[in-house]
Design a binder for this molecule. Structure first.
Ligand code: PMP
Length: 465
């Protein structure tokens, strides 16, 4: 995805030929058109004016095996020659079955069934409905409430937006949202850990808040707690302290509340293990995945469901009360299967973990001289840099400045695309950028990414500090 930011003026193109295009296609911003990408290969985006930009954020943490992979292209063509579509009410296809089996063979962590839909928001929506159906089948129809967290993002559709905390995106829809939702404090240590508080005390405080919230609502009314194991876009790679997610699991279990982990951004290897939750000693009831599943070669997202939930349906209505025309789409499944086979065959999850260590080292050394860098955090190839006006007081920049948007733009014009943090979230300005390069990224590319990012940050510090 070409980065754009609506609240910052455009930086002049390094090349005189503009790459921005505005036609009949409805872009996210009517004020600033996105850049035209003519082709893409490996870690690179090739723009319409002949320039090449390193895709240091994999779009939005999507392009996990890089762009233009021929094996995936061939798999898509082969599938198109076999069968491009069937309706899943009556039919299935070998490729859809194989994809589900490939991911869930051996029922890892008790995850037994996979549903494949078209987008992250759709699988979150499906997960919310399935969680509700789970309680309904078990004769607990009073459960109608979801608890999620501040500074979290779960999607754009009505219900997924309701459990999200990206306030800017909700403004025009006040009153439209699903009402039975509340949000608790996330494990965002840089902002929420108190002076002198240890990780253990911080974790205990957050878990107490979660339990108090269940008790405030009435635990018999709560369907599920929804959380990203590592919070992505809205707060920037928030890694929880050890024991936070396993502690949340225990609090959920105490009251029969389901745990839904949203791995749409942080999953499918991005943090160095296939599931992000594997590093947290926790087993969720429902997991969502999306971006890395198809690696950008197809619009596909997955919902993986624990046997405990499947059994409730088996013993109840014997059906998932949810479906879409394009679910388990054979073309999408073919693309995702090819991506997943490459991921496993080439050991790319392990590579992601190892290259992540390289990226962390480079970030910490290159950005050491940047005064506006308040925090560098992440895991695997999923890293965020948070900007502050004052690194001692952690005072944020004036949101109207759009500091991270400007850093993003300058970096783009210097040849490196990073992902800008999204606006004001729950009273805090989320001034950060995300890095999420393909797992195939080279050390040289990582060095260029960090060097360019430093130059972009220093250019803005010279203007605004
Ligand atoms: N959950 C998370 C954690 C995400 O990062 C996103 C997308 N940024 C979504 C849900 C929604 O996915 P989509 O944009 O595919 O609907």
């Amino acid at each position: 995805m070409a980065p754009h930011c609506t609240d910052t003026p455009p930086v002049p193109e390094a090349d005189s030929t503009p790459t921005q295009h505005d036609g009949h296609l409805f872009h996210r911003s009517l004020a600033q058109a996105p850049h035209m990408v003519e082709s893409a290969s490996g870690s690179n985006l090739h723009l319409s004016n002949g320039r090449t930009v390193i895709d240091a954020c994999g779009g939005a943490a999507v392009a996990i095996i890089g762009h233009g992979n021929q094996e995936v292209q061939n798999a898509i063509i082969k599938q198109a020659q076999k069968v491009s579509y069937v309706h899943t009410q009556s039919y299935t296809t070998p490729v859809a079955e194989e994809l589900a089996d490939f991911i869930l063979d051996g029922t890892p962590y008790g995850l037994e069934k996979a549903l494949f839909l078209g987008s992250g928001s759709e699988v979150i929506e499906a997960a919310m409905k399935l969680a509700r159906q789970y309680h309904f089948e078990r004769n607990e129809p009073d459960r109608i409430h979801f608890v999620s967290r501040k500074q979290s993002y779960h999607g754009n559709t009505m219900a997924s937006m309701s459990i999200s905390s990206n306030l800017a995106r909700k403004v025009p829809y006040k009153g439209f949202e699903y009402q039975h939702v509340s949000h608790v404090t996330p494990p965002y240590a840089y902002r929420y850990k108190l002076d002198g508080e240890s990780d253990v005390q911080f974790t205990e405080r957050l878990l107490r808040e979660l339990e108090d919230e269940f008790l405030r609502v009435g635990p018999e009314k709560v369907i599920a707690f929804v959380a990203e194991p590592i919070i992505g876009a809205t707060a920037g790679c928030i890694v929880p302290p050890t024991g936070y997610l396993s502690g949340a699991r225990k609090v959920c279990d105490k009251y029969g509340i389901l745990l839904i982990l949203d791995e749409i951004m942080c999953g499918t290897g991005r943090t160095g293990t296939f599931f992000a939750f594997e590093q947290e000693n926790v087993v969720p009831d429902i997991v969502t995945a999306a971006k890395g599943l198809g690696g950008g070669y197809a619009a596909i997202a997955g919902m993986y469901v624990h046997t405990k939930v499947v059994n409730a349906l088996r013993q109840g209505s014997q059906a998932l009360n949810h479906g879409h025309t394009y679910q388990a789409h054979p073309m999408s499944c073919a693309a995702a299967l090819a991506v997943q086979k490459i991921l496993r065959r080439d050991g790319l999850v392990e590579r992601c973990r190892d290259m992540g260590l390289v990226l962390e080292k480079l970030l910490r050394s290159e950005l050491a001289e940047c005064k506006s860098v308040g925090d560098i955090r992440g895991r695997g190839l999923f890293w965020a840099v948070e900007f502050v006006k004052d690194s001692i007081t952690k005072e944020t920049f004036d949101p109207s400045l759009g500091f991270s948007g400007k850093v993003t733009q300058v970096s783009f014009h210097k040849g490196v695309a990073v992902y800008p943090g999204v606006g004001t979230v729950d009273g805090l300005k989320g001034d950060h950028i995300l890095l999420a390069p393909p797992y195939t990224v080279t050390e040289e590319e990582l060095a260029t990414i960090c060097q360019t990012l430093k130059e972009a940050i220093l250019s803005q510090e010279a203007l605004h500090l």
